[in-house]
Design a protein around this ligand. Structure first.
Ligand code: NAD
Length: 257
């Protein structure tokens, strides 16, 4: 007898933050291609126009909604709009994030505060709102936080960023513990180096090229390298997974020791 594995998420409502570029763009597209009704969020909704238009070419459904993850009012309003457009999101991908490289002795207050505000506070505001909506609707679902390999490792110049991502991993576990009884799962994806706008300039430098050589697979990841884990965590196939933080890094964590 053939077993059926349940990766089916067609018809589910999903919300993705920071969807106007890089990984967020890809996550919104992949979920729409899997049949989800997707609300793509960005600070400027007009930046999502191409993503929304392109969805028609594969019969996907993507709606553009403005959301600044650092502003709680904006987060709540975006969820209000999402519920009106597609119903309560049962899948929320907390992807919005920034990186400002600075050594500790030279780090400006603003470089510390803005990274923590976006990468940590922003994830909490969205995850909490997603959980409140699912609890109220009684539907359960999956919250996927985008952390980083730097949530468990450090490099010079990343005190702000790695601290924020380590905190996201702990937050993921703390939320998973409390929300399990509401049938809400919370997991984190920890990407290694994936080529996007956030790091393109760095990988053009000599230090960046050397970094690629330190990755066991000797290559950067592509956004598509995260598709499989995204779909797993979004779907019932991962129904017994919560509080997990999973590296997708070409083996980089192993090389960092
Ligand atoms: P990116 O710069 O292309 O995307 C980040 C997105 O977040 C952008 O669309 C940006 O506009 C949005 N954003 C920033 N501040 C925001 C705010 N206040 N409100 C709403 N949106 C905001 O970079 P990316 O590589 O696609 O990064 C996506 C996520 O993946 C980030 O959380 C990043 O830390 C994480 N990540 C990336 C890598 C990588 O190698 N690319 C590795 C590990 C983790």
């Amino acid at each position: 007898m053939t077993e059926v594995f349940d990766f089916q998420i067609s018809g589910k409502s999903a919300l993705v933050t920071g969807a106007s570029s890089g990984l967020g763009w890809r996550f919104a597209k992949v979920l729409a291609q899997a049949g989800c009704k997707v609300v793509a969020c960005a600070r400027r909704a007009d930046r999502l126009e191409e993503l929304v238009q392109e969805a028609a070419s594969y019969d996907g459904e993507i709606h553009a909604v403005a959301m600044d993850v650092t502003n709680v009012t904006s987060v709540v309003e975006a969820f209000d709009q999402a519920v009106n457009l597609v119903g309560t999101p049962e899948i929320t991908v907390n992807n919005a994030g920034i990186a400002i490289r600075a050594k500790v002795l030279e780090m400006a207050d603003e470089d510390w505060l803005s990274v923590l505000d976006t990468n940590l506070n922003g994830v909490f505001w969205c995850a909490r709102e997603a959980a409140k909506r699912m609890e109220a609707a009684g539907c359960g679902g999956s919250i996927i936080n985008i952390a980083s390999l730097l949530g468990s490792r450090v490099l010079p110049g990343t005190a702000n960023y790695s601290t924020s991502k380590a905190a996201v991993i702990q937050m993921t576990k703390a939320m998973a513990l409390e929300l399990a009884r509401h049938n809400i799962r919370v997991n984190a994806i920890c990407p290694g180096y994936i080529l996007t706008d956030i790091n393109q300039a760095f990988f053009e430098t000599e230090a960046g090229q050397n970094m690629i050589q330190s990755i066991p697979q000797r290559r950067l990841g592509q956004a598509s390298d995260l598709d499989g884990l995204l779909l797993l965590l979004a779907s019932p196939a991962s129904g017994f997974m919560t509080g997990s933080a999973i590296n997708v890094d070409g083996g980089h964590a192993l090389a960092l020791g």
